[in-house]
Ligand binder design. Structure first.
Ligand code: NAD
Length: 370
């Protein structure tokens, strides 16, 4: 039986439990120049650099800051951390005797660094190693603020939580995300927005995650509107990274619920693009769940500048040009119905029945405005 969550997850007497994750955030334009000093302060000796294709120049700059500490480089990463790639990266970390990895890029680069930190062997049952992760994010996935890892093999995607994969230092430099194409920007922001919105209704949601979620949505929605007009504006890019940081922390503490679990099922089974899937599904899950968390709903609406959270999210994504239907992402109507059948109930403010999931996915498939 799914465990229902009290509205707003308020516990008797207003009590709550919140775990702050350890980590250091260095934020600001030009902070890429500080990566070498941050690494030095960690006391590590051999540093492997992972860089997404678009971050080659940034990786060159970091490599020269590292001097003798530079142990090797992996250029190019793939979404969802394929095990084959993770194994190659672990081997490289082993042969270069790396005790730290710097990931420069989006969630895929951070994900590969986490896979190395999780285990230096090819067995996922191993405990995390002492290898230190430093993240330099260039998208808004928020993965750099979480201890969540994921890896994909022929049998699907396996995910887990391990403090050993949590980046010890995160360097947010808005200059690096200035060139992120608007389409990728908007989809990545939708991913971060989903972390904020879902963080108010998961079983572990609390007033601190709600505060991060509301402030995160404020920054993300304002930043997204601003980059549409001025894609290279550093203030707007900074707002988006700040929002992503808060969204990631909210996700890290509140965990995932109905929305993320649906997106993972769709992504894992039908190979849908991760960030875009969030934009199609979130407004529909919000339409069902938001009335059950009225206080958080009102605060998120104020942050977004709307009186209807679900419709406001749909309009935000549409105005930014992100597909708001699963049909546009290549899913068939029959697959949407199949996914509704396959979905396993999860704790949620309103009971998760097959009928509820069918309605969410059928509206998300068609892209119906809430
Ligand atoms: P991504 O890292 O694959 O990046 C998306 C695209 O943007 C890629 O083509 C990349 O090369 C390009 N790119 C990145 N930075 C760029 C820049 N500055 N300029 C130009 N192009 C740039 O995608 P993502 O959306 O950042 O991350 C998705 C992955 O992260 C998924 O695998 C998802 O499961 C994972 N994720 C994990 C967590 C977690 O907590 N573990 C949270 C969110 C997402």
């Amino acid at each position: 039986m799914p465990r229902p969550v009290e509205p707003d997850a308020v516990q008797p007497g207003g009590g709550f439990v919140h775990t702050f994750l350890p980590g250091r955030v260095v934020f600001g334009a030009g902070t890429l120049d500080r990566v070498g000093a941050e690494v030095e302060a960690l006391g590590v000796r051999r540093v492997l650099v992972i860089a997404t294709k678009s971050a080659r120049a940034a990786a060159d700059a970091v490599e020269s800051q590292l001097g003798d500490r530079f142990a090797g480089r992996i250029d190019g990463v793939t979404q969802h951390v394929p095990t084959e790639l993770a194994d190659q990266a672990r081997t490289k970390a082993h042969t270069t005797q790396a005790d730290a990895v710097i990931a420069i890029g989006g969630g895929s680069a951070t994900g590969l660094a986490k896979a190395i930190a999780l285990t230096s062997t090819t067995s996922l049952s191993q405990q995390s190693t002492d290898l230190v992760v430093v993240a330099v994010p260039t998208t808004y996935s928020g993965s750099e603020m979480t201890a969540v890892w994921g890896e994909t093999s022929g049998e699907g995607k396996v995910t887990g939580v391990d403090l050993g994969v949590l980046p010890r230092v995160v360097v947010y430099d808005p200059v690096l995300s200035r060139g992120l194409p608007l389409g990728v920007t908007a989809a990545s922001v939708a991913n971060a927005v989903a972390h904020c919105v879902e963080a108010v209704w998961t079983p572990k949601a609390d007033p601190i995650t709600e505060m991060a979620a509301v402030e995160g949505l404020l920054a993300l929605s304002a930043g997204l509107r601003e980059v549409q007009a001025a894609p290279e504006d550093l203030d707007a890019r900074g707002k988006l990274l700040y929002g992503a940081c808060l969204a990631g922390s909210a996700l890290a503490a509140a965990g995932t619920g109905l929305h993320h679990k649906l997106c993972h099922l769709l992504g894992g089974t039908y190979n849908l693009p991760h960030a875009e899937t969030h934009a199609a599904v979130l407004p529909q899950v919000t339409r069902m769940n938001a009335p059950a968390v009225p206080q958080a709903k009102a605060r998120l609406e104020a942050a977004l500048g709307t009186t209807d959270l679900a419709a406001g999210l749909f309009d935000l994504f549409q105005a930014a040009g992100v597909p708001t239907s699963l049909r546009e992402l290549g899913l068939t109507e029959a697959q949407a119905a199949e996914a509704a059948k396959a979905f396993r109930p999860t704790a949620n403010p309103v009971p998760v029945t097959e009928e509820l999931v069918r309605e969410i996915l059928s509206r998300a498939w068609a892209g119906t405005r809430p």
